[in-house]
Design a binder for this molecule. Structure first.
Ligand SMILES: [Zn+2]
Ligand SMILES: [Zn+2]
Length: 265
C-alpha cells in the first residue's frame, strides 16, 4: 500500500489518459493520491482535481494558487476557492502555495502577498497547506513562521532544500515530502536529509508529470511510479517496507485528516 501526496493530473498533462493512469496507480498498490488543484480563472485546474476526487474514492483534492499564477489571483478568486473547499469534503488541503524565485513567473512581491493571504485563509478553514519553495528559503521561512504550531499543519512538498529549511520546517510542525529526485544519482545531500527526518513527518510524492524517478527518469511521470521513490526511501532509512508503508499512510491520514481505512482498497 503506497501513497502519492502530490500529483498534477490535469488534462493538459494526461489528456484523456487520466483514467488509465489512475488504473495503473491502483494496480501498483496506491491506497491514496492527492490531486493538486492549482487554479486560476483561466486554467480551472482546481475544478479538474475536484472532479477526479469526486470520481475516485482513493483520490482527494486540494485548491490553491501556485506562485507561478500569483499575479492572476485576487481576493475574490481566493474567496471562490474557499467556498469550494467549504462545500466539498474531498478537498482536504490548501495548495500548492509558496514562492518560486527560480522561474519568477509572477513578481516576487506578488508571490509573497498571495502566499501570505493563502496561509491565513487555510488556517481560517482549518485546512493543512501544501508548500512549494524554490530558491526562496529565507522568505518562505519568514512567511511560515507566524503559523507554526505543534499539530502537523502542512508539508514542504518536493523537498530539495537545505538541511536548515528541513530542520526549521520540522520545528514549525511541518512534514516533508520527497519526490523522484531522491533516486537521482547526484542527490546525495537530499538522501542524507531524507534519512534524518523523523518517521512521523515524512511523505512521498510523484509530483507527476514531472520528475519521474529512476528507472523511469526523463519520461512523463505518473503516480504508479512513486513506488520507486518509496523503495529508495526505505533503503536509505533501513526501514522494512511494510512498516514504512504503514507509517507513511498514517502520516498522510493525520496531516490531511482522511480515514484511509475507509477507502475501498
Ligand atoms: Zn511545487
Ligand atoms: Zn506540484
Amino acid at each position: 500500500m503506497y501513497l502519492d501526496s502530490h500529483a498534477h493530473l490535469e488534462e493538459q498533462h494526461f489528456g484523456s489518459e487520466v483514467d488509465a493512469v489512475l488504473g495503473r496507480a491502483r494496480e501498483a498498490g496506491l491506497a491514496v493520491v492527492l490531486a493538486i488543484g492549482n487554479g486560476s480563472r483561466k486554467s480551472g485546474g482546481h475544478r479538474e482535481a475536484q472532479r477526479l476526487a469526486a470520481r475516485y474514492d482513493f483520490v482527494f483534492a486540494t485548491v490553491g494558487v501556485h506562485p507561478h499564477e500569483a499575479q492572476e489571483s485576487d481576493a475574490r478568486f481566493l474567496e471562490e476557492l474557499a467556498d469550494l473547499a467549504r462545500s466539498d469534503a474531498r478537498i482536504v488541503a490548501w495548495g500548492e502555495i509558496g514562492l518560486d524565485y527560480h522561474y519568477d513567473f509572477s513578481p516576487r512581491e506578488t508571490q509573497r502577498a498571495v502566499f501570505a493571504d493563502q496561509l491565513k485563509m487555510a488556517r481560517e478553514l482549518d485546512l493543512p497547506v501544501v508548500i512549494h519553495s524554490r530558491e526562496a528559503e529565507e522568505d518562505t521561512l519568514t512567511l511560515l513562521r507566524p503559523w507554526a504550531r505543534e499539530k502537523p499543519w502542512g508539508v514542504l512538498h518536493c523537498f530539495t532544500g537545505s538541511r536548515r529549511l528541513a530542520e526549521e520546517g520540522l520545528a514549525m510542525g511541518l512534514a516533508i515530502s520527497f519526490s523522484g529526485i531522491l533516486t537521482f544519482p547526484k542527490a546525495g545531500d537530499l538522501r542524507e536529509i531524507a534519512g534524518a527526518v523523523p518517521s512521523d513527518r515524512i511523505l512521498v510524492e510523484s509530483d507527476c508529470p514531472y520528475l519521474a524517478p529512476v528507472p523511469h527518469r526523463g519520461r512523463r511521470n505518473e503516480p504508479a511510479w512513486v513506488v520507486s521513490t518509496f523503495e529508495k526511501l526505505a533503503e536509505i532509512r533501513g526501514d522494512a517496507p511494510a512498516e514504512l508503508q504503514k507509517q507513511l499512510l498514517g502520516n498522510f491520514s493525520t496531516l490531511f485528516n482522511v480515514n484511509i481505512d475507509c477507502l475501498g482498497r
